[in-house]
Write a protein that binds this ligand. Structure first.
Ligand code: OAD
Length: 231
């Protein structure tokens, strides 16, 4: 089977009711990213940071995967699919995709502030100051904040290098190092970009599908079918 890498961002979950970051009405219009999503913010005002992610977690628990997530899960019938997502939601998982790498962490997990290997799955939305790991230190959201390393990047790079086809869906490609991943794809492989607003991408053989993820993934399936049929 051909290796298909799907690189997703916030737009993927927009039709599930989760807000994107950089558009009109996006989260970074209401909040200053430096106040809620940076390591400095956590040290300065952990309560505000906790509250921001508690709200995100609460909304996620009420949300469901959309047609786009299900469409990508269905691609596993024809391709060896690897998802690399910047999203911290679990909607790809709930739609049935099996290989998912989270670059920016996971909202439904908390981790110890003294031992990064102590990670806990949350079954409730509210994480509080005073909630501790088994070693007695404060738990924090299991999120990669601005000002922190992206540990999953090392695993993501060879996935993109080995891809036969790359799909980029619902990301503005504005945040590095994640956005730089598209440059690791082999020259000339087919690249499909699903986004109602074309993000800048300087690669060859790019097909833009200027639609929302739900309809865009459906159109992608047609294009991939043609690709398989024509060898
Ligand atoms: P952005 O908000 O930067 O970009 C969202 C993209 O999704 C835009 O290009 C939109 O045009 C597109 N879009 C909107 N609705 C869509 C839909 N229904 N279907 C398909 N596309 C749609 O979000 P990301 O690129 O994911 O990081 O942002 C990257 C990172 O910046 C996030 O992981 C987060 C944020 O700060 C951290 O918090 C560390």
């Amino acid at each position: 089977m051909k290796k298909l890498v799907v690189f997703t961002g916030a737009g993927m979950s927009q039709e599930s009711g989760l807000r994107t970051f950089r558009e009109m009405g996006g989260l970074w219009e209401q909040y200053d990213v430096n106040d809620v999503a940076s390591i400095d913010a956590w040290h300065r005002n952990p309560e505000l940071v906790m509250d921001f992610y508690n709200q995100r977690r609460k909304q996620l628990m009420e949300a469901s995967p959309n047609k786009g997530h299900y469409g990508i899960a269905a691609l596993e019938k024809w391709f060896d699919v690897q998802i690399i997502t910047q999203n911290v939601d679990d909607l790809h998982e709930r739609a049935g995709s099996t290989n998912i790498l989270h670059l920016h962490g996971e909202l439904l997990k908390a981790r110890s502030t003294i031992d990064p290997d102590l990670i806990y799955t949350l079954d409730h939305w509210e994480l509080k100051l005073g909630d501790k790991c088994e070693k007695g230190s404060q738990l924090r959201p299991h999120i990669v904040w601005f000002g922190e390393q992206v540990p999953a990047l090392n695993a993501a790079i060879p996935m993109v290098e080995n891809a036969d086809i790359l799909v980029v869906a619902g990301t503005s490609l504005a945040v590095y190092p994640a956005a730089g991943l598209v440059h690791y794809a082999k020259n000339g492989i087919p690249i499909f970009v699903i986004d109602p607003n074309r993000p800048g991408i300087s690669r060859e053989n790019v097909t833009f599908i200027e639609e929302k993820a739900g309809k865009g993934v459906e159109m992608l399936m047609e294009k991939l079918k043609n690709l398989i049929e024509n060898g």
